[in-house]
Design a protein around this ligand. Structure first.
Ligand code: V0D
Length: 250
């Protein structure tokens, strides 16, 4: 009968603003190109709209009490994209910086980065470093951009340093030592995401924070990143809250 036909996935989950809010949320912001193609727009139009979503979601995460929001903005694989698309992406931090700094300050949001920043074009590096410097004393929330980031490369870099530091006593290498040598070490107690979100339908991790997501709840949605709303973020948190109640309540 029709009233028994609702699928499991259709069940409404209710966001509870007094419930547990994940302290660190990491997001793979996928689907900007697909959003644009669906609208018969150039892919770069999707990236531009995606940047507006970054602003909206960062402010909403801060309002909900999130401590760290990590966003996968550019992977080490993204260099393979057409030149004009890469050039456009490299201008986005400049755009972001010039239009969003006042709001970052008003909302006490600190910008940090993770990835090979030194390999980015000079103008991109300058915008990123300015954003990091000008917000370095804010302590309301950390907005952590993964730029030219790859998790295996991050782990290899850590191994190189640890190999030198511990050449005499490798038996002293612990999980904590490894964590302390990853690019996420600046996040301290919040280095590991509680919730990982990937938009646009793919259900893969794609080399994002592999070590750090060992215990993260993963949430996948078909929504393209430019269409991801405040309500969509609350829906993801609601699913997280429901899982927490189930597993945490034993
Ligand atoms: C495109 C959707 C903000 C995903 C969001 C260089 C891909 C918009 C930044 C940004 C990108 C990075 C650092 C910073 C300030 C802003 C950004 C890139 C791509 C790649 F300090 N959005 N954004 N960076 N997109």
């Amino acid at each position: 009968m029709f009233f028994f036909s609702r699928k499991k996935q259709d069940k409404q989950v209710q966001f509870d603003s007094n419930g547990a809010i994940p302290e660190h949320i990491a997001i793979i912001m996928d689907g900007n190109g697909r959003w644009a193609q669906a609208k018969l727009l150039p892919r770069i139009a999707g990236h531009k709209e995606g940047m507006q979503t970054v602003k909206k979601i960062a402010l909403h995460a801060k309002k909900l009490g999130v401590k760290v929001l990590s966003l996968y903005a550019f992977s080490t694989e993204n260099w393979k994209r057409p030149n004009d698309e890469v050039s456009f992406l490299m201008k986005l931090p400049i755009d972001f910086f010039s239009t969003f700094i006042p709001e970052l300050q008003e909302n006490n949001i600190r910008v940090t980065t993770t990835g090979f920043i030194d390999a980015l074009p000079e103008h991109t590096q300058k915008a990123v470093k300015d954003a990091v410097l000008q917000t370095q004393h804010n302590d309301g929330m950390i907005l952590n951009f993964a730029l030219n980031y790859g998790s295996r490369a991050e782990i290899v870099e850590a191994i190189k340093t640890i190999a030198v530091e511990f050449s005499e006593n490798p038996q002293n290498i612990t999980e904590e030592i490894v964590s302390d040598h990853l690019w996420s070490s600046h996040l301290g107690q919040y280095a590991e995401p509680d919730l990982l979100i990937r938009t646009s339908g793919e259900q893969r991790i794609s080399n994002f924070m592999l070590w750090q997501i060992a215990y993260s709840e993963c949430y996948f949605t078909d929504v393209f990143w430019p269409d991801f709303t405040q309500a969509a973020l609350e829906e993801a948190i609601a699913v997280y809250q429901k899982r927490n109640r189930r597993y945490g309540g034993l």
